[in-house]
Design a protein around this ligand. Structure first.
Ligand SMILES: NC(=O)c1ccc[n+]([C@@H]2O[C@H](COP(=O)([O-])OP(=O)(O)OC[C@H]3O[C@@H](n4cnc5c(N)ncnc54)[C@H](OP(=O)(O)O)[C@@H]3O)[C@@H](O)[C@H]2O)c1
Length: 325
């Protein structure tokens, strides 16, 4: 029997990284073969420290789930930090992995790599076909650079060194480990907090930004983690047959979207909030629809399994466990 690979999960305390660790353990990967470092222990923007870490640990596989992540406000306020830190994290990890003979690496991107006006559902080949959403352009450019970094290392070093660096692009994620900050969180954790507080205070109504008509797609984070392991473990031949050397990333979505109104009604239901939902139409709606085309990963044998209502119940339990407010 071959020894299990030593796996480094970068960003293991984040929502996605922690789900990947859970998934590895659930699939029987021994805990002692999972390597992690907190941000305080290893700053991934520090090239020398990252090189020293890889040289000392010599992992066989890397899941790259560390990134500087934030909402519109943070992206708009700190564009330099978003582009610089994300470029550095990716470049340092990919290059140090290569220098230390890591053949398998999985990079996490985001649906914001696609043009603002990409046709829906968004296919992988929409990449670099139009202008990006200006508010998160620095972050998206860094993510696109991450995809191209992986592709270039594959193109130059696949034959000579066996480099096999893969990229997945998740849709909006939710679930355990989400950020429930009152002002700086994504729509699902923000609504969970507001409906929960509305229920506790018996508030007659809860206000939701926008008209409620935009459509969005959401994937439970453990489904995402399962997709990451699935893509990582595909044979090189299979991965190459379904991708192209210069268009190699794979979308990971739930496959269906719903309106923000439908989402809000479902969350209110899950939480048991019985007041009124008020839509504040003076607030911006954003793009009318954002749905991934996930046919590539579906053809590779992965499908989402956690229904939105079931996932929201688990997310609410996580919120109740962790809410310090
Ligand atoms: N959440 C979503 O809805 C979503 C959707 C699409 C794609 N993604 C992608 O999935 C990946 C992970 O996202 P997430 O939601 O899990 O984010 P997250 O919860 O914020 O986790 C990111 C992790 O990276 C760590 N990190 C950041 N900068 C670091 C540095 N310089 N050195 C070491 N560690 C650092 C963070 O540690 P500290 O907190 O200690 O800084 C944190 O543990 C990202 O690439 C993101 O683009 C997420």
């Amino acid at each position: 029997m071959t020894a299990p690979p030593k796996i480094y999960v970068a960003g293991h305390r984040g929502m996605v990284g922690s789900a990947i660790v859970r998934q590895l353990l659930a699939q029987g990967h021994p805990a002692e073969c999972i390597v992690t470092r907190t941000h305080a222990e290893l700053d991934l923007t520090d090239q020398a420290a990252v090189r020293a870490f890889f040289a000392a640990e010599r992992p066989n596989q890397v899941y790259l789930a560390a990134a500087k992540v934030g909402g519109i406000h943070a992206n708009n306020t700190y564009p330099a930090e978003f582009i610089y830190q994300n470029l550095m994290i990716e470049a340092n990890i990919v290059d140090a992995a290569f220098r230390n003979s890591v053949q398998k690496l999985l990079f996490m991107g985001s649906s914001c790599i696609y043009p603002k006006l990409a046709s829906q559902p968004m296919r992988e080949d929409a990449l670099l076909t139009g202008n990006l959403e200006p508010t998160n352009e620095p972050y998206a450019i860094a993510k696109i650079a991450g995809i191209k970094l992986c592709e270039c290392y594959n193109r130059q070093y696949s034959e000579s060194h066996g480099a096999d660096y893969r990229c997945v692009m998740p849709t909006n994620l939710y679930g355990p480990g989400d950020n429930y900050h009152p002002e700086n969180s994504h729509v699902i954790p923000a609504l969970i907090r507001r409906f929960h507080e509305g229920k506790i205070c018996s508030a007659p109504s809860v206000t939701i930004w926008g008209t409620g008509t935009p459509k969005r797609e959401f994937l439970y984070v453990d489904d995402m983690a399962a997709a990451c392991l699935h893509v990582m473990n595909l044979s090189k031949d299979t991965y190459q047959q379904h991708t192209h050397p210069t268009l190699s990333h794979i979308n990971v979505g739930y496959g269906q979207d719903l309106t923000i109104r439908e989402l809000a009604e479902t969350i209110a239901d899950v939480i048991g909030y019985s007041g009124k939902l008020v839509f504040d139409k003076s607030q911006p709606d954003g793009t009318p629809r954002k749905l991934m085309d996930s046919s590539r990963i579906n053809a590779l044998g992965w499908h989402a399994t956690v229904h939105l209502t079931a996932g929201l119940k688990l997310a609410y339990e996580d919120f109740l466990r962790n809410d310090k407010a």
